[in-house]
Each structure stands twice: as C-alpha cells, then as structure tokens.
Design a protein around this ligand. Structure first.
Ligand code: ZN
Length: 84
C-alpha cells in the first residue's frame, strides 16, 4: 500500500499552472515527469482538463448556481485512500 507521495503534493501545486501553461520550464519538467509516473495525478490532471474544457464551453451560457456548486464539490473531492 502506498502512502501519499510527497511528489503528488508538489504536482498538485503545479497542476493549475500546468493547465494554464503558466509554469516555468523546470516546473513543467517536474509536473510532466511526475504525471508520467503517477496514475493518481494523471487521473487528476485529466479530470481537471476535462473540467476546464467543460467550463470554457459553458462559460458563454449561464451556469446554474447549483451546478457550479456541484463542480466545486467535485474539484474538492479526492480519490484518496480511506486512511485519515
Ligand atoms: Zn502523484
């Protein structure tokens, strides 16, 4: 059983900037290197990417408050292990 990788924390920090293409070159290397080897973060990355695309598409429309709430809940939800 693997504990939460400290690399994952770093990767999560970088993830938003990575999605925004807003990272320094060395940070991109860190993020990509980690995503390449970490299933957890790769899934998270895909999820965020899809979420962003969806938000961008629906940005021109009115997003119901309930849906926005649901989206932010989804973002906070972590597919983490059950240990706490
Ligand atoms: Zn990771």
């Amino acid at each position: 059983m693997t504990d939460h990788d400290p690399g994952c924390e770093r990767c999560e920090e970088l993830l938003q900037g990575y999605l925004d293409r807003d990272l320094a070159a060395d940070e991109v290397v860190v993020a990509e290197g980690h995503l390449d080897g970490c299933d957890y973060c790769r899934r998270r990355y895909r999820f965020e990417e899809r979420l962003r695309r969806y938000i961008r598409v629906s940005a021109s429309e009115r997003i119901p408050a309930g849906l926005r709430q649901k989206l932010s809940e989804l973002r906070d939800e972590r597919p983490a292990s059950s240990s706490s």
